[in-house]
Design a binder for this molecule. Structure first.
Ligand code: SF4
Length: 429
């Protein structure tokens, strides 16, 4: 049988899709199809973070049903865990929750045998175990994601994730070491630690994110990158300890969400702008040439013009390398969905456009600061006579080269910011 997986959302979802792909392939009875049109089983791994991602998944499922009516459709990911009715409405043959991705082969076999719709969703509960999933067979040899944590207990007022992902569960440190070792032995030069809220890593088992990073280093990884981290969950001591780990990349993605203290309070974020700024200064003190990237939500209920101006001022002062701007998306079941002062769509759109413009300027400015520096670049691919890769701080670097430099780490002197403002060019030294 042929299967095809369509993944929405975050790196964690991608990781879990790869893991399901592995489980299916290992049976010897399933092989990956080129597209959903030629597949017998189509798995849609959904995301519920925004209304947009939810709509896209539903639309895709209608299209699959229309264009490939014989296919068995599996709906997985966050939608089944958050909303039973919406999941049933999609018309999926199998609805699989977030607690049993390793059961993917079993549920498909059951469905093929009985042709009866399957709804396999178990609510999350405190104390549930971390589900060990190993993707291996990564599509990119250079960089591999390693999921070390699942769940979040922060309950920010706009966010549906704690409902979809449940309480914090951490991969035991010995397993982090062993999986990292396998990845290193398979030739990966960089390991990215991912999860739903990796700043909470280890709370359930008595460790911290520092222990996980140390384990990956001890397993022999040349480069280690942290996925998104919540700034308030990393203590000053942990920042200092992390800066001692060789190979940890000076690139930190930490969501700001708003530069207005009023808005942060109503978002139930656990820091104010002053504390956020202090932590960024500490990161910059501890890590040379660090890049800071972030997410900002615009048009949160009650966000006034003044609040928005505070955000624009704050992001300019902080000098982010990249900003992902999200117009606020009302998510059923969250505290903020009940707020009565929702912002009109046109205002959200205008603020998004304005902040995206600022983000593009800041990106160009940050890239400009790299000129003249020598950065160690991990090359990922060659295209149009160029070798392309990323420096430790995640700046994209391109050099002229007709030979493939794929999966090599080389020092590059940065010469120019490309006119697109998206990357820098340089020469190998
Ligand atoms: S920290 Fe807040 S925004 Fe992030 S997943 Fe948890 S609840 Fe959502």
């Amino acid at each position: 049988m042929k299967f095809f997986i369509y993944t929405f959302g975050c790196k964690t979802n991608t990781y879990e899709s790869e893991a399901m792909s592995r489980l299916l392939s290992e049976t010897g009875r399933f092989e990956e199809a080129e597209s959903y049109g030629s597949a017998d089983v189509v798995i849609v791994n959904s995301c519920m973070v925004t209304e947009e991602s939810e709509k896209k998944a539903k639309k895709l499922m209608r299209r699959i049903r229309r264009e490939n009516p014989e296919a068995v459709i599996v709906l997985g990911g966050c939608m089944p865990q958050v909303n039973r009715e919406k999941s049933l409405d999609t018309g999926a043959d199998i609805i699989l929750g977030n607690t049993d991705r390793s059961g993917i082969v079993r549920v498909i076999d059951e469905y093929v045998e009985s042709r009866k719709r399957i709804f396999s969703v178990v609510p999350h509960e405190r104390g549930e175990a971390f589900e060990m999933l190993s993707p291996m067979g990564y599509r990119s040899l250079t960089r591999a994601n390693l999921k070390i944590e699942d769940g979040c207990e922060c309950f920010c007022s706009y966010c549906v994730i704690p409902f979809a992902r449940g309480p914090v569960r951490s991969m035991p440190v010995e397993n982090v070491y062993n999986v990292a070792k396998d990845l290193v032995n398979a030739g990966h030069r960089e390991i990215v630690l991912t999860g739903i809220n990796i700043g909470m890593y280890g709370r359930d088992i008595g460790y911290t994110i520092y222990d996980a990073v140390k384990a990956v280093h001890e397993a022999g990884a040349e480069r280690i990158r942290l996925g998104s981290v919540e700034i308030d969950l990393i203590s000053d001591e942990t920042v200092r300890n992390l800066s001692e780990v060789p190979g940890l990349c000076p690139h930190f993605h930490t969501s700001l969400q708003s530069g207005s203290d009023d808005v942060l309070k109503r978002m139930l974020r656990r820091y104010d702008s002053k504390e956020y700024r202090r932590k960024i200064e500490l990161l910059r003190e501890c890590f040379d040439n660090a890049s800071i990237t972030t997410d900002v939500i615009v048009g949160f209920p009650g966000e006034s013009d003044e609040d928005f101006r505070d955000t624009v001022r704050f992001v300019r002062e902080t000098g982010f390398f990249r900003i992902h701007v999200f117009p606020y998306s009302r998510r059923e079941g969250t505290a903020a969905a009940k707020f009565t002062d929702q912002i009109p769509v046109e205002v959200k759109k205008a603020r998004t456009r304005e902040l995206e413009k600022v983000a593009a300027e800041l990106k160009r400015d940050f890239l400009g600061t790299q000129k003249g520096r020598v950065l160690n670049v991990l090359f990922e691919r060659n295209a149009a006579g160029e070798a392309r890769g990323h420096a430790e701080n995640y700046v994209e670097v391109r050099v002229r080269s007709d030979v493939s430099l794929k999966n090599r780490i080389m020092p590059v002197r940065i010469l120019e910011v490309h006119e697109s403002g998206e990357y820098v060019t340089g020469e190998i030294v």
